[in-house]
Design a protein around this ligand. Structure first.
Ligand code: ADP
Length: 352
């Protein structure tokens, strides 16, 4: 592998407390890998281990073929962007972007060219002579990205780069980041986020982190269509997770028999049925469930129904519901057998 990032069983501990547990993960050349997980799951720690700001207690970090575990951050040739921009307030935009190049003693003429290129690429060419305080949050973040790109890194580390921006700016910046990635097809990107939309939108693959461990890793489509466990199912996309008992080619759910691919599950075993809320339809159909409406939320494009089925809450997101049922009404729901995934039984909570 000429580029890319590889974690080889990387463990990080603070005061004996393991916050990253034997991480094995490879980010290919030109790949965008999102590290997705709740706060405190170890995402930033993993990223900082690549940057060289934390030292693993064990394991190795590779950039391409180079073992960089013992290299200081400035010798790793990495571009990094963090949530809070971290621009130098007393320096103008162009000086901020030139900073890493000066530190590397890049010749002056080349610095000028690279700064111009980086500002052009991030749409900030017109702001070169401003100070950070004269820029909006979104513009400051573009400058931070320009600064990271100016050193022409093989690896770009982005730590929640959009979380300080408001929703509308965030969505615009997501599009920008996707475009930047198309313009830099050889740069490997590790993108830390707790936001599943960012991960689903940008990433070639998503690594799902849960309490210091890698839970699952796959393309957004794989994790969404066929999650391997309850945590991944609920963190990537939101899911109905209902406890069931396995039968032969079907499962029994609160007294109803529903057809799903039971894979290798043993008859009589307990399992969890996972169905995405938007794949549930109202009215009779295959795999029917009967229940009672407990709550209805109108969400603009959809209505979200909370339906109690045999003591469990099933969510259904329905489009074009002209005459929504009322609270307490009995309803019939259905879903296609192919739209359900059977997961190993876990701790199913009904507290969504
Ligand atoms: P995430 O990025 O997923 O929110 P972090 O990697 O930042 O999680 O943190 C993982 C765990 O490590 C958290 O419990 C956090 O409190 C702890 N932690 C992070 N940095 C330090 C530090 N410098 N000293 C002690 N504990 C830390």
């Amino acid at each position: 592998m000429s580029g890319g990032i590889r974690f080889d069983s990387v463990t990080v501990a603070y005061d004996g407390n393991v916050v990253l547990d034997s991480l094995d993960l490879t980010v290919g050349t030109g790949e965008v890998m999102a590290l997705l997980g709740p706060s405190g799951s170890g995402k930033t720690t993993a990223l900082r281990a690549v940057a060289g700001f934390v030292r693993p207690a064990s394991g190795r970090v590779f950039l391409g073929d180079r073992d960089v575990t013992d290299l200081p951050p400035y010798r790793r040739g990495i571009g990094m962007v963090v949530q809070q921009y971290a621009l130098f307030p007393h320096m103008r935009v162009d000086a901020n972007v030139a900073f890493g190049l000066k530190a590397r003693r890049t010749p002056k003429a080349e610095i000028r060219q690279r700064v111009a290129d980086a500002l052009e690429m991030t749409g900030m060419a017109a702001y070169a002579r401003r100070h950070p305080r004269e820029l909006s949050g979104g513009q400051q973040q573009r400058v931070a990205i320009a600064r990271a790109l100016a050193i022409r890194p093989d690896v770009l580390l982005l730590d929640e780069p959009l979380s300080a921006l408001d929703a509308q700016l965030r969505s615009g910046m997501l599009t920008e980041l996707a475009r930047l990635h198309r313009e830099l097809p050889d740069v490997s990107i590790l993108y830390v986020t707790h936001d599943q939309v960012e991960a689903l939108t940008l990433a070639d693959r998503i690594a799902v982190m849960d309490r210091a461990r890698l839970r699952a890793c796959g393309t957004p489509r794989e994790l969404y269509r066929a999650p391997s466990d309850e945590f991944t199912a609920s963190f990537v996309g939101g899911a109905n997770l209902v406890p069931v008992t396995v039968g032969a080619g079907s499962v029994s759910l609160a007294g109803a028999e529903v057809k799903v691919d039971t894979g290798g599950a043993v008859a009589g075993a307990r399992a969890t049925l996972c169905v995405r809320p938007h794949l549930i339809g109202l009215g009779p159909g295959p795999n029917q469930l009967t229940g009672v409406i407990r709550e209805i939320q109108w969400r603009g494009a959809t209505h979200r129904l909370y339906v109690e089925v045999g003591g469990h809450t099933v969510l259904a997101d329905l489009r074009e519901l002209r005459n929504p049922p009322g609270l307490g009404d009995p309803v019939v729901l259905h879903f296609a057998p192919d739209d359900a995934v059977l997961l190993p039984a876990g701790v199913v909570g009904d507290d969504r």
